[in-house]
Design a protein around this ligand. Structure first.
Ligand code: AMP
Ligand code: MG
Length: 354
């Protein structure tokens, strides 16, 4: 399949590019498009076949449901049973990086929800994304626009490298503002279950709803045969071709550990900006300043893609703290590392992979 590439530059008429892509969606085709979180791979959310094409293009298991994207929060009415709590969330966080799980209506085919009776709904803040949804005249079902198993795409180049030749079109905008996928919550009667952390933090949600529970699958490994509330939690988020190991401990000790690692192993390091001077430049990726979680979120998926291209035997990264946006970083990294963490102390400071 020949994938049409539409560039959203000021020289081009971006309006007509978006209109052209909306036509593709209306005709049952697939278009990758930018959002403020990551790029999405979109198809008509009411078209069973479009959903099947999405799973096929991504190589995604069909029991891992898709998020449907709407142009304004009230449009959820057409696809799902809303509630007072939904509208409280909408008032506080929509349009924006929040996905809410609601009881679905029949218009949403089972292929979109992986057979579940609920549907995930999001109204993105990105103007291009919302214009595409408006012009398509339907909700757009869109998972992240990567091949299953690779990190979510945060720029058009990532999408092209994963999906060129597999989908109808790619709408190329810039780098995604946030760089991590949306926060997902399940809205119960008067409580919220946080299923996937993102830029809307647990504390921000608590400003709207007193009762916010963080699903244990956000930070912990699932028990064997456990059925998670969000099917996507059971899949390995991203498996680099070499092991990814997370390190934590006293700042000085961790730094010595990383210096020792560079001297004894062929390793790639995702390091903090402040560490650049102390570490050798080889296979070193600057993830942002230690306290600048926004930049770290923005760079994480690119950094993982870059690290995977380096000739190395192991990748080390810092284990993030679980506060605020840190919880989203923690959740993505711990899954990419298959929960492998080294707690650095005086005894193991020299113990690298043997
Ligand atoms: P992605 O589209 O790649 O951002 O992944 C979508 C995530 O939303 C997956 O982890 C899904 O498991 C989750 N999801 C979508 N629909 C539902 C639903 N109805 N109930 C629970 N989780 C959902
Ligand atoms: Mg994804």
């Amino acid at each position: 399949m020949q994938t049409r590439i539409f560039k959203l530059t000021t020289e081009n008429d971006s309006g007509s590019a978006i209109a052209e892509c909306a036509k593709i969606i209306k005709n049952g085709g697939l278009v990758a498009f930018p959002t403020e979180t990551v790029y999405g791979l979109g198809g008509d959310a009411t078209d069973e076949d479009a959903a099947k094409k999405i799973y096929a293009a991504k190589g995604r298991p069909s029991d891992n449901p898709l998020i449907i994207h709407i142009a304004s929060p009230e449009d959820a009415e057409k696809y799902a049973h809303t509630s007072e709590l939904y509208y409280k969330l909408a008032k506080a966080f929509m349009p924006g990086p929040l996905t809410v799980i609601l009881k679905k209506k029949d218009i949403v085919p089972d292929s979109v929800t992986g057979g579940l009776s609920t549907v995930a709904v999001r109204c993105p803040s990105d103007e291009t994304a919302r214009e595409l949804i408006r012009l398509s005249g339907t909700a757009i079902a869109a998972p992240s626009a990567n091949r299953s198993g690779s990190p979510s795409p945060t720029c058009a180049e990532h999408v092209i490298s994963d999906l060129d030749g597999r989908i109808d079109a790619i709408l190329c905008g810039g780098v995604c503002e946030i760089g991590l996928e949306s926060t997902i919550v399940e809205a119960r009667e008067d409580s919220l279950i946080l299923l996937r952390p993102g830029a809307i933090t647990a504390d921000a949600l608590r400003c709207v709803c007193d009762n916010v529970e963080i699903s244990h699958a956000v930070t912990e490994m699932l028990a064997e045969n456990e059925r998670p509330l969000s099917p996507g939690m059971k899949y390995r988020h991203y498996a680099p071709s070499v092991p990814l190991v997370l390190v934590e401990g006293d700042e000085d000790l961790v730094q010595t550990f990383l210096i020792n690692a560079q001297n004894s192993e062929k390793c790639a390091l995702l390091c903090y900006h402040e560490e650049l001077d102390e570490l050798r430049g080889e296979r070193l990726i600057d993830i942002g300043a230690r306290d600048d979680l926004g930049t770290q979120a923005n760079r994480l998926f690119s950094a993982l893609r870059d690290a995977d291209k380096l000739d190395c035997d192991i990748i080390y990264a810092h284990l993030p703290k679980k506060d605020g946006l840190g919880l989203a970083l923690y959740n993505r990294l711990i899954r990419a590392a298959a929960h492998t963490v080294i707690h650095v102390d005086h005894k193991n400071i020299n113990h690298h992979k043997s």
